[in-house]
Design a protein around this ligand. Structure first.
Ligand SMILES: N[C@@H](CCC(=O)N[C@@H](CS)C(=O)NCC(=O)O)C(=O)O
Length: 211
């Protein structure tokens, strides 16, 4: 399979982590919005990353990709079968995708995208305001993470999605404040120790060094 998009994106990393947790081999060639491949344009009509190519099947959106992979390779399940656990897993996936990313978005844009891709300083005031707003998501997580184990009981897409957003914040000098969020830090430690996380982290480090 081919995963299209840069791994520092929380959505691309989320899809990569799903592939890795399921033990599926994939390629992640260098990606450029400026020079998109034919496959990317066909897979992602709104030019958003990630996109996935599996033989003659093309699909974009991290949630659609995760749902596809979970149906294609049901083990290990990333969407629990038990109804309440499943709802909780999707809830945390949604918290990551629709609450955390939009809140942190202006900080990622101004501290990473603008300097790196447009070669000029971003709006630091907008970044600071965004991270202030992001604190409400962190406070919610600190109150929600279990003492042990995972967000929805069993390990799930919720853990992957939330953890992936936190990892992207390392790129903008906003690594997890362990003293302020000790419970989140402990859960994040369990997450980042997983072999699948480590494998994706290695790929990501190599891709970032080469970019
Ligand atoms: N809901 C989508 C969001 C994808 C998304 O917004 N990706 C960003 C990168 S983090 C993107 O492609 N931005 C480019 C653009 O909006 O033009 C998903 O889960 O994959």
């Amino acid at each position: 399979m081919e995963l299209m998009g840069a791994l520092f994106s929380p959505f691309v990393r989320k899809a990569a982590l799903v592939l890795a947790e399921k033990g599926l081999a994939f390629e992640n060639p260098p990606f450029s919005f400026a020079e998109p491949s034919e496959d990317f344009l066909a897979a992602s009509p709104f030019r958003k990353i990630p996109a996935l190519k599996d033989g003659d099947f093309l699909i974009s959106d991290s949630t659609a990709i995760a749902a596809y992979l979970d149906a294609l390779h049901p083990e290990p399940a990333l969407y629990p079968a038990e109804p309440r656990a499943r709802a909780r897993a999707v809830w945390f996936e949604e918290v990551a995708d629709t609450i955390m990313v939009p809140k942190a978005g202006p900080a990622i844009y101004n501290r990473f995208v603008v300097p790196r891709m447009f070669g000029k300083p971003g709006d630091e005031g907008a970044a600071v305001a965004a991270m202030k707003a992001f604190a409400s998501a962190m406070d919610y997580l600190e109150a929600s993470v279990p003492d042990d184990g995972w967000l929805a009981g069993d390990f799930s897409i919720g853990d992957i999605a939330v953890g992936s957003v936190l990892r992207t914040l390392d790129y903008i000098g906003e690594s997890l404040a362990v003293s302020r969020y000790p419970r989140v830090a402990s859960w994040y430690g369990r997450l980042t120790a997983r072999p699948a996380w480590q494998a994706v982290a290695e790929l990501e480090a190599a891709a970032f060094a080469a970019a």
